[in-house]
Design a protein around this ligand. Structure first.
Ligand SMILES: N[C@@H](CCC(=O)N[C@@H](CS)C(=O)NCC(=O)O)C(=O)O
Length: 382
């Protein structure tokens, strides 16, 4: 199936908010008025979105393609390719969902979305799901009208600045008086104001539409620092070092303790339980494969073994061979999760493929398996 890039939102992207030239900005369905470092937030969204809440699974099957909302570009998460395909951990989870629902990991149309527009795009039905560095928060889960699936990357917010001004142990007092840049419509801008205020620092926060614009402003010296999820900062730093654009270690990421919790994972329209089950168990299937040591290269042998007395019964159920009733209740083909693992891979495979090249490793951290002290955990498949 030909993969195409969804350009629906390019027109919106052109209506870019100016870089921090306004004290009033509209973010994730709320109007935030900033006066002297204090936020006043007024909800302007309707609290629920019941009209859009159901039938996503049937719509995707009828269409034969998954419309997947991704970012406009985040190193190792969504890297859009000229042919309309995309790579990265978020892009791979779009592909995993297409493999589960349609039997074809390539049956995806990637829709780049800015942070500020992503929830409206989802709620309007223009995409079926968001895999877009999206943090699960209480307000998004309730007031904004979304539901969230299992976290695929446990992140935290950081700052990045020139190494001749900041160090890995820099804190709020070191950023006093600094100009910080980030993209609008994010948890980032809210967290940083709180962090600076609590630390007694006065900052100027400039927000732009895409994080790449924030990076451009940083490199041009129009801001002293950039701030976003630490994965995004590390990805930008390493990829620009690797390409030779900057000298190694000329930028530093700090502070050592993350500014916030940023659990990133799928978001979908609220009140569509059938679709939620499909998205959630697609992600869980990659966690269970990780736990069992099954990946795209050994899945056929593991599936064959699961059918024997010595095999793993949970894998037999997950691959649809011994518990077809679960797959039928999900309204998926019995080999849906076999397709996920064989076409896209297990969680560790997906993680390592995308994030290891930029120096992000799961071992010993939050993104490791629960048996190794991490937070990657799936309920039992039975
Ligand atoms: N996780 C935060 C931040 C998400 C975010 O916008 N991250 C940036 C930096 S990795 C990004 O996606 N940039 C790509 C873009 O602007 O399209 C949120 O959900 O609000």
């Amino acid at each position: 199936m030909i993969k195409r890039l969804g350009f629906l939102l390019v027109a919106l992207a052109l209506v870019a908010a100016a870089c921090g030239d306004s004290s009033t900005e509209t973010t994730e369905g709320t109007t935030a008025t900033t006066t002297g470092g204090t936020d006043t937030t007024t909800a302007t969204t309707t609290p629920t979105d019941t009209g859009q809440g159901g039938g996503t699974l049937a719509a995707v099957k009828a269409r034969g393609e998954l419309n997947c909302g991704v970012s406009t570009g985040a190193v190792a998460f969504t890297e859009l390719q000229p042919d309309g395909s995309a790579t990265g951990i978020d892009a791979d989870y779009c592909r995993a969902l297409a493999a589960a629902v349609l039997g074809d990991a390539n049956a995806v149309v990637f829709f780049p979305t800015t942070a500020a527009e992503r929830f409206d795009v989802l709620k309007a039905g223009d995409v079926d799901v968001l895999f877009r560095n999206t943090t699960w928060t209480a307000s998004r889960d309730t007031d904004v009208g979304l539901d969230f699936g299992p976290t695929t990357y446990f992140d935290g917010q950081g700052l990045m600045g020139p190494a001749n001004r900041f160090t890995a142990t820099s804190g709020p007092s070191d950023v006093d008086g600094a100009i910080l840049c980030t993209n609008a419509g994010t948890t980032t801008e809210k967290n940083i104001r709180e962090w600076a205020s609590l630390g007694g620092a006065s900052i100027t926060l400039e927000t732009v539409e895409n994080f790449s614009e924030a990076m451009d402003a940083f490199i041009a010296g129009r801001c002293d620092l950039v701030t976003t999820d630490a994965s995004g900062l590390v990805g930008e730093k390493i990829s620009r070092e690797t390409s030779g654009e900057i000298d190694v270690d000329s930028w530093v990421v700090f502070p050592q303790a993350p500014i916030s919790k940023e659990p990133l994972g799928p978001a979908y329209r609220q009140n569509d339980s059938e679709w939620a089950d499909v998205v959630d168990w697609t992600v869980y299937s990659t966690f269970i494969a990780f736990e069992k040591g099954v990946n795209s290269t050994n899945v056929d042998a593991a599936r064959a073994a699961a059918g024997t007395d010595a095999g793993d019964p949970e894998l037999g159920r997950m691959f649809g061979d011994s518990s077809p009733e679960i797959m039928a209740a999900l309204n998926l083909d019995s080999d849906a999760f076999y397709n996920v693992i064989s076409q896209v891979g297990s969680y560790d495979e997906i993680f390592d493929r995308n994030l290891n090249p930029v120096g992000l490793f799961r071992q010993g951290g939050l993104n490791d398996l629960w048996t190794e002290g991490g937070l990657i955990y799936a309920p039992p498949f039975r």
